[in-house]
Design a protein around this ligand. Sequence first.
Ligand SMILES: *Cc1c(COP(=O)(O)O)cnc(C)c1O
Length: 429
Amino acid sequence: MNEFERSRSSLVSRDQSVIWHPYTQMKTALPPIPIVKGSGVYLEDELGNRYIDAVSSWWVNIHGHSHPYIAARVAEQLHTLEHVIFAGFTHPGAVALAERLIGILPSGQQKIFYSDNGSTAVEVALKMCFQFWANQGEQRTRVIALKNSYHGDTFGAMAVSARSAFTGPFDRLLFGVDHIDAPNGENLAAIRKQVTALKGKAAALIFEPLVQGAGGMLMHDPGHLDELVAICKENDILVIADEVMTGFGRTGKLFAMEHLVNRADIMCLSKGLTGGTMALGVTSCTDRIYRAFLSDDKLKTLFHGHSFTANPVACASALASLDILQEEETRSNIKLVVEKHGSFKEKINGHPKLKEVRHTGTILALEWETGGDTSYFNSLRDELYNFFLGEGIILRPLGNIIYVMPPYCINEKELDYIYTKIEEALARF
Ligand SMILES: *Cc1c(COP(=O)(O)O)cnc(C)c1O
């Protein structure tokens, strides 16, 4: 669907008269593409054009669109119980999902707190940490985060994210965060010094294990991250692993923290949790965190909750997604994506147009050489985006970085088609 066709779509013109889209400059953005159907890795627009969803619809879709098994489980749930207040009440799906998650999460995660999305999962994690100390009479007001971090768009999540063009209008309203360099094996002494200086002041470290997503698909060595986690533990600083993007197979293992030896006190999950079907967030924690809130003093309660906490339909889709994720076929599909990404990386590594090729699990990232100008607003971004759309592939670059993060059900032929188009783009831009 080209710009002319889009301008004639009545769905698009109705959209434009009433809708304000996320991360979109509404004055200059091209009209949105009206998607009416999804099946497997494909999305279909109003005119019947099909696009490979190579970014898993903002990283959430892990099993393909309109998955019949998830759809059936969701429909069944809708006819049984669509929602119930989650304070003072519970339901089978929430309990089963919590049991199931605790069974597969890295050791030590023993309690599940539900919310609605990745940002709220992070908000809950931060509030747990601040109040963990407050409940024990300690006022800790700082948090340690990594440079280039991204943890969401609500205020707490924004505060622990890197300062950028996106946070600019709000920077002065955000609480104090120490953004440190990601550990790289050479800066450990400096990091140890910075972290030790925050002993008793920092409530927590929050980080994205292995891959910093929105910050540009930056990838870090698990051994170095392990050392950072160890330093925080030595200084009695809590550790939050934000696995909103990396969870549920993205890095080749079920959770990115499985690549590390040390364990987090708190983990944040969302995106792939429901297979990309429903909005759901999870903050899991250790028994140590949970116990700090048990008290006869009501003021030590974690006062946090959302209207749709643990929505039964969302829990049903998460349980269905986990069923598929744990099938042998899915594991071998993930393996295929990991291997194919690996060989394509070898093939194009060192290409003169590329500054770097990065690969972790099912995520492949290519950073274009731009001669210094690496801003998100670089025009190369729009050219690449439109080129791939024209070829029937949805790849949404982060500035000069394009990445392939497909649903696991993508097949060899579809992956090869994407790689071929990337090579064409390399020849052209
Ligand atoms: C996307 C993302 C979030 C925010 O999740 P939303 O559901 O978009 O609010 C938080 N942390 C990480 C690492 C993410 O990639």
